[in-house]
Design a protein around this ligand. Structure first.
Ligand code: ADP
Ligand code: MG
Length: 292
């Protein structure tokens, strides 16, 4: 495309809240046939809310939430914020944490008032050799409703589960429908549990789901789709997503997400509205038409 048509395209994009960083991103958008999209913070608002706490026999709900929230005060994960906020809303007093550790894609651990506390998914329990007992069964109901359910262990014993719900953005359903109308396949990628992922994907008519993906596997999945001959756009918001954004033909970051994601992407959707992807494709077609 000519420099002038690129300028026109990026200028129109800017007025629509679609920031296009370079000519390459604008040129390739119309050729994209596969959109890989992160769940949390991209399809969803990324601001989960505490829904429920359930305990294993011998543990009290208030204790499980207090230990979990005390631990999460040291974490910056959106799930952590939901748990801390939920506990505070219930007037629970939090304690300080020693030996805090965060294990990417799995959860967090620490020591609170001399008790060992672990909070995260089944991979975390596996890594710490903690028997989850019937926590996975307890988790299924909330997950079937699209909740993210985390496991809590106190002194290496399965103590309870915490369910949070992250609302799907109001604009997401329309964006996916518009992409489908243009023949773009949508693949959802998430570190979250498979049942939760399938529930969210089902509501949106997502074509393919890759769940329980560790952060460093996200770029690999993009690479695999590219090797199959697809032109892949990747949309994400987190630090986790940066390598996959960089690997894809066009990276699309949420303006509501982390700076690292935006630095790794060719396009930023200022308000995180995924309908901007379809608008970017229209701008791309318009720009490329000018030069043919
Ligand atoms: P996503 O790819 O959906 O943004 P992440 O890779 O950040 O998700 O996290 C994947 C999973 O790891 C979460 O669904 C959760 O089970 C667990 N996890 C990660 N960080 C935390 C945390 N601070 N507290 C509890 N669980 C966590
Ligand atoms: Mg995310």
């Amino acid at each position: 495309a000519t420099p002038v048509s690129i300028m026109v395209g990026t200028g129109k994009g800017a007025t629509l809240g679609v920031l296009i960083k370079n000519a390459e991103a604008l040129e390739i958008m119309e050729k994209v046939d596969t959109l890989v999209v992160d769940k949390t913070g991209t399809l969803t608002e990324g601001r989960p809310k505490l829904i429920s706490v359930q305990t294993a026999p011998g543990f009290r709900e208030g204790d499980v939430l207090r230990f979990a929230a005390s631990l999460e005060r040291a974490s910056e994960h959106p799930l952590a914020e939901a748990i801390v906020r939920g506990a505070e809303e219930q007037g629970i007093l939090l304690s300080s944490t020693d030996q805090f550790a965060s294990i990417t894609g799995k959860g967090v651990t620490g020591s609170i008032k001399g008790h060992k506390v672990a909070l995260g998914n089944i991979k975390l329990f596996d890594e710490l050799s903690i028997d989850p007992g019937n926590l996975p069964d307890m988790a299924e109901i909330g997950r079937g409703n699209g909740q993210t359910v985390m496991f809590v262990a106190i002194d290496d014993k399965a103590a309870g589960i915490i369910g949070v719900a992250d609302p799907i953005k109001a604009s997401t359903a329309q964006a996916i429908q518009d992409l489908h109308d243009e023949g773009v396949r949508v693949v959802m990628l998430t570190g979250d549990n498979r049942t939760t992922a399938m529930a969210v994907a089902g509501k949106l008519g997502i074509d393919q789901v890759e769940a329980e993906v560790l952060p460093d596997q996200k770029a690999e999945i993009v690479k695999k789709l590219q090797a199959e001959g697809h032109i892949v756009a990747m949309a994400g918001d987190g630090i986790n997503d940066a390598p996959a954004l960089a690997q894809s033909h066009v990276g699309i970051a949420m303006g509501t997400g982390t700076d690292v994601a935006m630095e790794s992407a060719g396009i930023t959707l200022v308000k995180g509205d995924l309908r901007g992807i379809v608008q970017a494709r229209r701008l791309s077609r318009g720009t490329m038409r000018n030069i043919r």
